[in-house]
Design a protein around this ligand. Structure first.
Ligand code: NAD
Ligand code: ZN
Ligand code: ZN
Length: 377
């Protein structure tokens, strides 16, 4: 089958690789209809994290069940399904309390949490390919209505819609409250959509990319272009000097200033300044753990210095982490079916999988208008 293969930094190609097969009684094989490119794929693409050449990318997957192992009885061949990016066993201590993002069994490396297309998240090939093997299929797969309606909306259920929602949940947004979201990438836009759905009275979205900020406005948010104004000042002024009730970090450790220089702490500092005393911050942008074994060019300290003292003085609560997709994806699916949620609006490009190299290049360079790319094998 054809798959998007990582060769090295800034180098992906579409190659023929071996078809996946049922390896365990609880496996299913999915024929992928849509697989998205994610900001998280850019961490290895840009060489920020080590990635084995030959790895198949892709953790935002959906498709049709092609084959199931003898132990699968809920999911049937022919079902249309969304595949959460967290791959989880369903029965470990963390899975049973809803933290499928921290499954203790699925990742043999011992790090909590497993996923597709990310070697450090376990030996599971990604879904930017024609076929994908899904372990513990009955537990992991979310069934979708048959047909091809809402394909782009449903394609957002495997990661970024639940992740944006999780950011807002970690920020404990209550109806009528105000929220500031740093980052108008796909995750930040989905956080904005979620905040509006949850009844925020005003949603600020901070970024430097005018096309992305325009989309944020279409999702009902107030755009703040940090290249033109001091974002903290603008948000403080707009909330009568009080600050927002809560905020979401949807950028990650590759945060940069308007000139392009990386400043991993600047987003947390902005949020800590813009959120009112005793407010809350949800961090879904990714930060890497300390990795003493990493080579020098990919080494990560795991230590990001931000103004923790002000966070303490203001009594802020900070929630972090990977999104446990299964906690939200059923309800978010139903909001799509009822026409209340329309996450697929952010998709800018639908391309054949053979166009992946160009898509990675353009999405990575944030070329105007390349907000979210989905690939169809
Ligand atoms: P993206 O790279 O497309 O978007 C990031 C946005 O942040 C860009 O629009 C960029 O212009 C903006 N930005 C950069 N520096 C900024 C700054 N100082 N102030 C304001 N905006 C700034 O990525 P994405 O797909 O939206 O993902 C965002 C983050 O979320 C990434 O770190 C990704 O790995 C992470 N993520 C986390 C989870 C999870 O489960 N927690 C899931 C998916 C993605
Ligand atoms: Zn993703
Ligand atoms: Zn588990």
């Amino acid at each position: 089958m054809k798959a998007v293969v990582y060769n090295g930094p800034f180098d992906v190609s579409v190659e023929n690789v071996e078809d996946p097969r049922i390896e365990d009684a609880n496996d299913a094989i999915i024929r992928i209809t849509t697989a998205n490119i994610c900001g998280s794929d850019l961490h290895p693409y840009e060489g920020r994290v080590e990635f084995e050449p030959g790895s198949v990318f892709g953790h935002e997957n959906m498709g049709i069940v092609e084959e199931v192992g003898p132990g699968v009885n809920r999911i049937k061949v022919g079902d249309r399904v969304s595949v959460p990016f967290n791959l989880a066993c369903g029965t470990c201590r963390n899975c049973t309390v809803g933290f499928t993002s921290a499954c203790l069994r699925a990742n043999p490396s011992g790090q909590p949490g497993a996923g597709y297309g990310y070697p450090m998240m376990g030996p599971y090939r990604g879904g930017q390919a024609e076929l994908l093997r899904v372990p513990w299929a009955d537990f992991n797969l979310l069934e979708l209505p048959a047909g091809n309606e809402h394909e782009l909306d449903f394609a957002m259920l495997s990661d970024i819609f639940p992740t944006g929602y999780h950011g807002v949940e970690l920020a404990k947004l209550a109806p009528g409250e105000t929220i500031a979201i740093w980052g108008a990438g796909p995750v930040g836009l989905m956080a904005a959509h979620s905040a509006v759905l949850r009844g925020a009275s005003q949603v600020f979205v901070v970024d430097f990319e005018p096309d992305r900020l325009a989309l944020a406005e279409q999702f009902g948010a107030t755009p703040v272009n940090a290249a033109d104004v001091d974002a903290v000042e603008a948000i403080t002024d707009a909330t009568d000097g009080f600050g927002v009730d809560c905020g979401v970090e949807a950028v990650g450790y590759q945060a940069h200033d308007p000139a392009g220089d990386e400043h991993p702490a600047m987003v947390m500092d902005g949020l800590i300044a813009a959120v009112r005393a005793t407010g809350r911050i949800g961090v879904v942008g990714v930060y890497e753990p300390e990795d003493p074994g990493a080579s020098a060019d990919a080494a990560k300290e795991g230590r990001y210095s931000f103004d923790f003292g002000t966070a303490f003085t203001k009594g802020l609560a900070i929630g972090t982490g990977q999104c446990p997709v299964k906690r939200y994806n059923r309800e978010l699916r139903d909001l799509v079916i009822r026409g209340v949620a329309t996450p697929g609006r952010l998709v800018s490009h639908e391309l054949a999988i053979t166009e992946a190299p160009r898509a990675y290049d353009q999405f990575d360079k944030r070329v105007d208008g390349w907000t979210k790319v989905v690939l169809h094998p």
